[in-house]
Design a protein. Structure first.
Ligand SMILES: Cc1cc2nc3c(=O)[nH]c(=O)nc-3n(C[C@H](O)[C@H](O)[C@H](O)COP(=O)(O)O)c2cc1C
Length: 208
């Protein structure tokens, strides 16, 4: 069984990220591997971990976590084989909360696969490009296919002029097909990387 976490990248009150993550999770149910019980897709909300701005005295690469919130976050991420990062675009980048949550850990991310669902005025593609650079550093294999949801075509708003209207996430069937392809890639890469994760994601020794 391959476990995929759909990570909600925004912690903003009134965020659209929750609806996007829910669409990912609900659509994933129809993926053949998920339907067959070979893969499971679960939503992970970084807001639920109440992570402060990085407050670990030692960098995560040394795996000497001082804080209970870090250990709890580490336990969650360790349990997964792959990820779908749901990220909006904030000033052409990812939300600070998402980057902060990634920075808290290191070995827990290693040798896993990830795909991206970006959203924003232009589909969040600039945020995802930056996230791909971060993936390299934490040894996550990022798949090629990505979902780019545009604010004016993949969401429906009661009042488009109201910035507090969270709207609903209503992507086209084309986006559903792209998500299915991306999940194919994440699941197969997560499976292929399994030998590198065995017997655990315990931290690798650092050079002297
Ligand atoms: C601080 C901030 C910066 C933003 N910058 C961008 C941007 O650079 N490009 C873009 O397409 N949308 C931008 N937006 C609009 C967001 O994509 C949109 O508000 C989205 O709903 C935010 O995701 P969230 O609701 O899940 O927090 C920005 C929004 C915020 C709050």
């Amino acid at each position: 069984m391959i476990r995929i976490a759909v990570i909600i990248g925004s912690t903003r009150p009134g965020r659209r990220a929750e609806a996007v993550a829910r669409w990912v999770a609900d659509t994933s149910v129809h993926h053949p591997a998920v339907a067959a019980g070979q893969a499971a897709v679960e939503v992970v909300d970084i807001a639920a971990y109440a992570l402060p701005l990085l407050d670990e005295p030692v960098p995560a690469a040394f795996a000497r976590y001082a804080n209970a919130h870090t250990r709890r976050w580490a336990e969650t991420i360790t349990a997964f084989d792959g990820f779908v990062f749901v990220t909006p675009e904030y000033n052409r980048s990812v939300p600070a909360a998402l980057k902060n949550a990634i920075d808290f850990l290191y070995a827990e991310w290693h040798h896993k696969a990830a795909g991206f669902v970006g959203y924003g005025v232009h589909g969040g593609i600039r945020a995802v490009e930056q996230l791909r650079q971060v993936m390299a550093e934490v040894k996550i294999a990022d798949v090629q296919t990505q979902v780019a949801l545009a604010m004016f075509t993949d969401f429906t708003f009661t009042d488009p002029t109201d910035p507090t209207d969270p709207g609903t996430c209503t992507p086209s069937t084309r986006q559903e097909a792209t998500l299915a392809t991306m999940l194919d890639e994440i699941i197969s890469w997560s499976q292929a990387l399994k030998p590198l994760r065995a017997p655990s994601t315990a931290p690798e020794p650092l050079p002297a």
